[in-house]
Design a binder for this molecule. Structure first.
Ligand code: WT7
Length: 631
């Protein structure tokens, strides 16, 4: 790839070029991919008008770039390593040729069921190779994939299926996760039953566990009954550059999760360019990202980014602590992983375990470490650097979001300097600005403010599925003309960026994004809940924990706390369960009825010394009452 940045000087040149001559810069990069037809315009539309487009007029298929393009030089190179939940189970490897064949077969299997260009396909699966294969199979035939993380409840799944009107659902009978089995098909059945009338015509069930499940006549089909018969010859559907590639639901500060929409060419260029430059892999290197494909990290940095670069990518079915806390390091040793990408929450959890788990394994193959999903604290960074990287591996602290498609701010491994707890520098094509509370750009170098991106970049989301107004309102109207990230950020004297966390009502719990309003809505389903307020508080392992303040009706009872946890689990999923629940007689509200969350956050964090100005509260005495009963 001639766009690979190899030195600090080359980074500076690329950044300048992306500023001064963006069309030439991105046009040259796009030339390195396979197109059916070249674009007419590199970039058109503006953030202000919420109509950004990249490579308009171009025609391509992303899977030809992920797979077919490598068949000449890399057909026998391992594309995918699958490591099962159970360490006793033999790992599986797919070469580029084998993965190409599997994707083509799965694509034909879907086609045979009448799925085609523009149709939505929901993937509710555990971390098995068939998930990655299904993602690419959708892209092969131009169907829009919507992967739903296997930890979400039937209710959450139903909402997502309904919102984008999926025609096909693919699931597993069940999935292995540590010592647990997740009953995915049963949950999917419940979701479809809840919906009653649904757009879903067929459910393909991949057998992973072999448990007893019900198959609905005429609707449900076993993967193993149709996949083997499908042809391995599947011409890629020719897509327009701006045709939708996928929808991925994520939480916001209000209302229901929103379907973030990414389109074909811009996302492809961004996934490839950022992966190649941030991780700096060599041909023989082996990469492992521990995320789940149900999140954006698994889309861009397990699936598309690595494959677009012809790299070897690893997917792991299990969890870091099963059968014991040495599992990650054992996998690194076993597969001779060179590039390892995980979340701070995993680092903190493993750091708290016996150091023998690390010492037992040979980690000498590691060259680059990555961090993603939340700010990494100094202690976790030090441990990661010393115990895992043996102080010889650069750590890339990659800041980005579901909406950004790929990494926006990060050091480039071994090329630009890292700095502990700093994401450091924007990638070429990324122009960050810090905003003050009045909405002005802060020009000083050393500053703190709300992080916005002032120019379109190829991987930017294009809309919220079915709700363009919400797209505009959420991202492009807070600071008109720029994209608002929802994050706070500090810039140091050298121009390096440090993300300080969300400034809106979005929590980041173990790297999972959770909307406070969503949890409040779920809690509100309990018959004895009158009102609730959710805030985050500092949590040693999770980064943020969930603290719930609940006003209950007089006749609330002993089991109420347990029932609230159940209601949240069934409305959203176990990841959204509050860590602490405090029943309160009232909430600190202003005269206009707004909850003063600032106070609730302070109490949850046990910062009792100064609550600031509480004079606008309707009943200031409630603050002391809540404080006295705090957990
Ligand atoms: C939010 C986005 C990025 C893919 C996984 C999460 C936080 C993400 C970092 C980082 C500090 C980070 C931000 C962001 N975040 N990476 N390196 N340092 N904070 O994607 O679920 O869309 O969440 O995660 O707050 O807004 P997501």
């Amino acid at each position: 790839m001639d766009w690979k940045i190899n030195s600090l000087e080359e980074y500076a040149v690329a950044y300048q070029e992306s500023r001064n001559n963006p069309d030439k810069f991105w046009g040259d990069i796009a030339e390195s991919f396979t197109w059916h037809k070249k674009w007419n315009e590199v970039q058109s539309g503006t953030i202000k008008d919420a109509n950004v487009k990249w490579f308009e007029g171009g025609e391509l298929n992303i899977t030809e770039n992920c797979l077919d393009r490598h068949l000449e030089d890399r057909s026998d190179k391992v594309a995918l390593i699958f490591e099962a939940n159970n360490p006793e189970e033999e790992a599986k490897e797919y070469t580029y040729k084998e993965l190409h064949e599997a994707v083509c077969k799965a694509a034909n299997m879907m086609k045979d069921l009448g799925v085609g260009k523009g149709d939505r396909v929901c993937l509710y699966m555990s971390m098995v190779p068939e998930l990655l294969i299904s993602v690419l199979a959708c892209a092969r035939i131009g169907a829009i994939h919507s992967v739903v993380f296997g930890g979400f409840s039937a209710h959450a799944l139903a909402g997502r299926i309904e919102d984008c009107e999926c025609k096909l659902l693919i699931t597993n009978d069940a999935g292995f996760r540590g010592s647990k089995v997740t009953h995915l098909k049963e949950i999917a059945d419940n979701a479809l039953n809840d919906l009653g009338k649904t757009s879903v015509e067929h459910v393909i069930v991949h057998k992973r566990v072999g448990n007893n499940i019900e198959m609905k006549e005429g609707r449900d089909i076993w993967w193993h009954d149709i996949y083997p018969k499908a042809s391995s010859d599947c011409k890629a559907e020719v897509m327009n550059a701006e045709d939708p590639l996928f929808i991925l639901y994520t939480s916001g500060s209000t209302g229901q999760p929103k379907g973030v929409l990414h389109t074909t060419a811009g996302y492809m260029v961004w996934a490839a360019y950022t992966f190649g430059n941030v991780f700096q892999m060599n041909e023989e290197d082996k990469y492992w990202c521990t995320a789940d494909i149900g999140w954006i990290t698994g889309h861009t940095y397990i699936t598309y980014g690595p494959l677009l670069n012809g790299a070897t990518t690893t997917m792991f079915e299990g969890v870091p602590t099963y059968p014991d806390a040495g599992r990650f390091w054992e996998i690194v040793d076993k597969h001779k992983i060179t590039h390892f990408y995980t979340a701070p929450t995993a680092v903190r959890a493993l750091m708290a375990c016996d150091s023998e788990f690390v010492k037992k394994q040979d980690l000498s193959t590691l060259k680059v470490l990555g961090s993603v999903g939340e700010p990494i604290n100094a202690e976790a960074w030090n441990w990661y650097n010393k115990e895992i990287g043996k102080e010889k591996c650069p750590i890339v602290d990659t800041w980005w979001q579901t909406e950004t498609g790929g990494i926006l701010i990060s050091s480039l491994a071994g090329v630009t300097e890292g700095k502990r707890c700093f994401a450091t520098l924007p990638l070429p094509g990324v122009f960050p600005a810090l905003m003050d509370t009045e909405g002005n750009i802060i020009e000083e170098r050393e500053a703190e403010g709300n992080l916005c991106i002032t120019r379109p970049w190829p991987g930017m989301l294009r809309t919220i599925w079915g709700d363009h107004e919400r797209f505009k309102q959420t991202y492009t109207s807070a600071y008109p003309g720029t994209y608002f990230t929802g994050d706070g950020c500090r810039r140091d004297e050298n121009g390096l960026y440090r993300i300080t966390g969300r400034v809106d009502d979005v929590l980041n719990v173990s790297g999972h994004r959770i909307g406070t309003a969503e949890v409040e809505n779920a809690i509100g389903q309990h018959p004895h809940v009158i009102e609730s307020a959710i805030v985050g508080y500092p949590h040693d392992i999770k980064g943020q924990g969930i603290y719930a303040y609940i006003i209950a009706s007089e006749n609330h009872h002993e089991d109420m706390i347990k029932e609230i946890l159940e209601v949240v689990t069934s409305e959203i999923g176990p990841i959204a369960k509050p860590d602490k629940i405090q029943i309160v007689p009232g909430l600190p509200k202003t005269r206009s009825g707004k909850i003063m969350r600032r106070i609730l956050r302070k109490i949850a964090a046990k910062e009792f010394d100064n609550f600031g100005d509480t004079s606008t509260l309707l009943d200031p005495s409630i603050v002391e009452t809540i404080k006295d009963g705090s957990l």
